[in-house]
Unconditional design. Sequence first.
Length: 224
Amino acid sequence: MKVLKDIKNRVLYICLFVILFVIIQIPTISEDFFRGESSKNINLFLHVAISFFSTIIIFLIIDTVYRRLNPKPMFLKNSMIRNYSFAAIFALFSQALQFIITLLEKGNDQDLELFAVSKSRLAPLLIITLVVISPLLEVVLWQGILQGGILKDLSPLFSIIITSVLFAFAHGYSFNYGTLELLCSGIAYSLLYYVTDDLGSVVFCHGLSNFIVYLINFVFELTI
């Protein structure tokens, strides 16, 4: 009976995880143009309101789930210099690997709509979403709830592999170079969480990685 109960609970938590994955995408809606908007016609107040209130509500939800599944504190105050140094190294290394993969692919997958957003008044909100909001919500979900919660009874190697692979396919959707690039990030975040037990350092790593991608795809392109 205990085994069946454990299986049932795990299935329920996996279903909850899928629902939460969909929900945490809501704040990203505000980083794109709404229907009928253009770079010269933006309801900035509506974008900020959706981003701000949805982020608070969603964080409270995933924080509640996290506390139920993961006994570890989210953010550690000890060894911050070491943890955040590791985070910077992991971010730079994973982005270097992704750059190599992009060169091998010899393609251009730049999001033209986000490129237009990066030149509009929504640019600050886009950066905040990429560097702070998305990393925070995703790290709590993937590393905190999945890796450190649902998969905590597995060996570290399997929990890292499963979390990284699911992260890549959840964002890449298919077998392609883009998914392989995302796998590099997934491994970096999962491995960093295993090394530090600190979600704060993983959030920093994720945010720094996204900022590097933003600089390469949007800022540098503007000068070409």
